[in-house]
Design a protein around this ligand. Structure first.
Ligand SMILES: C[S@@+](CC[C@H](N)C(=O)[O-])C[C@H]1O[C@@H](n2cnc3c(N)ncnc32)[C@H](O)[C@@H]1O
Length: 418
């Protein structure tokens, strides 16, 4: 049984750890004006997560059943506020330090002052902007990022401009297409009259925003490639002649990071022809680049590089419904049959088997909704990955499953047995 007091006592322990960290490092105390909890040592990171999760539980208990659901039901108002801030570039009309007036923001953005006041209120209730006096507005740590961190600006823009309207079409899409799993039968396609990949190709500005937003969401410790580099025994295959095929490798950022931390492995980055052309141009001319090759290859067709040591896929299967994932895996089987030591290595988000209640683990269910609405893809549990393997080929076995400490992503190694 939990009590309000026992939860509050847990919170006190974590809060004390954070305050000790700030004091012992001569850092200013916590404030909404400046973030002080950055680059935390592991144990302080754990204390912070615990504080976030326990305060959330305490708040939800105190809210009661109606309050908990209503908070979600009304959350679109906060997103509307962010949408206005993004679209009218309100943050750029406020000096990074000091303050300005509502009327000055209205003049700079050509939006009536009354709307500026109204749009900013929901954001201010989350300490995004502040109003030092009745007539003035100043930045906080969060609102300043709209100006100082372009990827953050685009990360908000993608959600508010592109994904919120798509979310509103998702129930319609399920009614219309059921579980077809087709990439062109999604809420995104209903909203935009074409699937995501076509939109990104046809409208470069939207493609650029999509890329910037992805960088924003995957920045930080949880998505650091270090977890893939240190969490898998690349050393055991790092001998002359070893080959890693980076299937759907995009511009080759994963292969580049791996090449820098290995000595002998040759990397073949495969993707669709347009992406490969672009990737070749962008490859930095450093000493590791000599071990990276590019090849146009459609991963739904038989793998062209047979008997490689590893077929690596980061963020590939989550883009696709089960039927397509099965096709991608089956296309690798003939290549795996050539060498019994060959492995498939997935680097993917893996959902926990039971629904998460910790706020710090919300990203998984959130990403899963995005994958459904935009791609007809899915984030999966370990059990769901295992069942994909079984459907693709009964000889495919999950031989390793590692979620490195501090990583949001897991490493799954798969072998072809028998
Ligand atoms: C989410 S991105 C992941 C890129 C890369 N693995 C990474 O982690 O940075 C998915 C990639 O799959 C590629 N892709 C989509 N369909 C493909 C296909 N049929 N064959 C090969 N690559 C494909 C896309 O061009 C894109 O680069």
């Amino acid at each position: 049984m939990v009590s309000f007091t026992s939860l509050a006592e847990e919170i006190l322990v974590s809060a004390r750890r954070l305050d000790e960290h700030l004091a012992s490092n001569n850092l200013p105390s916590s404030s909404f004006d400046h973030d002080t909890l950055v680059d935390l040592p592991n144990d302080v990171e754990v204390a912070r997560d615990s504080l976030i999760n326990t305060t959330q539980t305490l708040k939800q208990l105190a809210q009661g059943g109606v309050g908990r659901a209503m908070e979600i039901a009304f959350s679109w108002t906060g997103l509307l506020s962010l949408h206005a801030i993004y679209s009218f570039k309100i943050a750029n009309a406020v000096p990074l330090n000091g303050s300005t007036t509502y009327s000055d923001i209205a003049a700079q953005t050509s939006i009536p002052e009354s709307f500026i006041r109204r749009f900013l209120r929901p954001a201010m209730s989350s300490h995004i902007f502040t109003s030092p006096t009745y007539d003035t507005v100043a930045h906080t740590a969060s609102s300043r990022l709209f100006v100082t961190l372009p990827d953050f600006h685009e990360g908000i823009g993608l959600q508010a401009d592109e994904l919120a309207p798509v979310a509103a079409k998702t129930v319609d899409a399920v009614r219309t297409f059921n579980d077809s799993g087709e990439p062109h039968e999604t809420a995104f396609a209903l909203q935009n009259k074409m699937p995501i990949f076509e939109v990104l190709g046809k409208y470069p500005e939207r493609g650029r925003r999509f890329g910037a937003a992805m960088r924003c969401y995957t920045k930080g410790e949880g998505y650091d490639l270090r977890h893939l580099i240190e969490g898998y025994d690349w050393g055991s295959i790092d001998h002359p002649g070893a080959v890693v095929v980076d299937v759907g490798g995009g511009h080759g950022s994963v292969s580049q990071a791996l090449a820098r931390s290995t000595r002998n492995i040759r990397y073949v980055v495969q993707d669709l022809p347009g992406t490969i052309e672009q990737a070749k141009k962008e490859l930095p001319a450093d000493e590791f680049a000599g071990r990276i090759e590019f090849e146009a290859h459609d991963f739904f067709t038989d793998q062209s590089v047979k008997g490689a040591d590893v077929y690596l896929m980061r963020w590939i299967l989550h883009d696709w419904s089960d039927g397509y994932c099965v096709k991608i895996l089956r296309a690798l089987v003939p290549a795996l049959e050539k060498k019994k030591e060959s492995r498939i290595v997935l680097f993917e988000y893996v959902l926990s088997e039971v629904p998460e209640t910790r706020l710090t683990e919300r990203m998984g269910p959130d990403l899963d909704m995005i994958m459904l609405a935009v791609f007809n893809g899915a984030e999966r549990t370990r059990r769901e990955f295992e069942s994909l393997l079984q459907v693709a080929d009964r000889r495919l076995r999950m031989t390793k499953f590692v979620k490195p400490e501090g990583s949001a992503m897991s490493i799954i190694e798969i072998a072809l047995e028998g």
